[in-house]
Design a protein around this ligand. Sequence first.
Ligand SMILES: [Zn+2]
Length: 583
Amino acid sequence: MLRENTELKEEIRKVALLNAVQHDGKAQPGPIIGKLLGERQELRTQAKELTALINEILAEVNSLPVEEQKRIVTEKYPQVVEKKKVEEEKHLPPLPNADKYKQIVTRFSPNPDCVLHLGSARAILLSHEYARIYKGKFVLRFEDTDPKVKRPSLEFYDSIRGDLAWLGCKVDEEYIQSDRIPIYYEYAERLIGDGNAYVCTCVPDEFRKLTLLSQPCPCRNLPPEEHMERWRRMLDGSYKEGVAVLRVKTDLNHPNPAVRDWPAMRVIDSQKYPHPRVGSKYHAWPLYNLAAGLDDHLLGITHIIRGKEHLTNGVRQEFMYRHLGWEYPQAIHYGRLKITGAFLSKSKIVAGIRAGEFSGFDDPRLATFAALRKRGITPEAIKKMIVDVGPRPIDATLSWENLYSYNRKILDPTVNRYFFVAEPIKLKVKGIPKVFKAELPMHPEKPEKGTRQHIVTPQGENKEAFFFVTKKDAATMEAGKVVRLMELFNVQIESANADSPVALFTSESYEDVRKAKAQLIHWIPVGDECPCKVVMPDASVVEGVAESLCKQLKPSTVIQFERFGFVRIDNAEEKIVAYYAHK
Ligand SMILES: [Zn+2]
């Protein structure tokens, strides 16, 4: 009986092949039987016959070479292979109801009223990453319809585009809401005409009181023609700012009063508050839920990935979607991501820069992408951190140290090492028996990266040479103590004067001092240095000297100053200027 069911045989073959490629070419009968019985309850009465059939097909599948099994799977069941890949990649959970859509479209929608910072990383990177995983589209939408309070500024459109490019997020389509005002007007009129929106001229406090009692305001039940007339007055500027507001009808009994008849359009004195892109052209401006809600549908967004503070907005917008006969996109609300110690208030950042408190948007004290970039924090580290946190709805707290640890894992295996002597002190070493050529590896684990060399030539009858060492190392020196100048030789401190210490050459081999656990200190021969300053994350400056070789480093190169930390070279012209990333 079952033997004649070709559709069932084909299904068994498929399950067997998929199982085989997962088990080095040898499919296991147990999981296959389990899967089929789980999916097709009608087979349970014929388990014996089914097992016999499965064993037969399994024998045939298992006789094929693995390569052949893989070829068949990729050719016949590409969607299964693709789905598996999606699920495995980057540990991100699959998007809900992805199968419902021909193409996945996500968006990032910033207000260009400031540069972007770490607080936006999750919305950007998750939206972009999902679009890429599903071979979909990533839309950038500038939400710039508040020329008054969250006023956009022209410079930020470009800096946001630049930040996204730096993060590796390719924008497939870009929209600017201030270009789309006539579209919002068109839908506002449709909502008014259908009796689903009305122009309310009540004093806000009065309206609020009535709403709290689930009472309609006197405007709500006036005929649509009256509202259309009021709407025209909103458009032509006859209504002054604050006098009239367009509201979308919801349920006045909705348990959350903030959802009841939410404001969708308002009047702004555009002479007083011209928009940086469209000037004083419009009096009526869409509010967030109208513009974002309409655009999500009109731009074909399938999945909205946003913080859970938007949950109520979703509820508000769903009323508008119902009025328009639209289906709301899939919304994924992630929890709050707190980054301890990061300064993330956009208005305070802007105000601080205007007041001269910060040097600019890339001030190292800020958590803007511009500042992170300047410090040598890689976009890969930010991405890895965000993908690991994922779109979970629970709140998460990260620290700078978390980000640094991701970044360190990326930088440590690759970047070159150099010496930087902070607050340099001159150490005199006497009794150097010969000319020494120190070969310092560019990277301790990567000999193929080559070496940097320093030649130490003793001078005078004392056979002496001078080295820059850090003030901190000099302070720990004690007469009689042996220290090793890294990769060079061992010296014994003769005089530990903090400003001009003197030491005696003792021997060359590290073995001689390894057991005694002699301190290893870094150094630069006097005469082989170049001035260097490092700007720290708190904007303080550490002055010192670096190996002269560093002068050849191109701006934006990230290196490790040994025993100091990872830094990004900002400028290497006369004096090296570097920004500190982390230990
Ligand atoms: Zn009213």
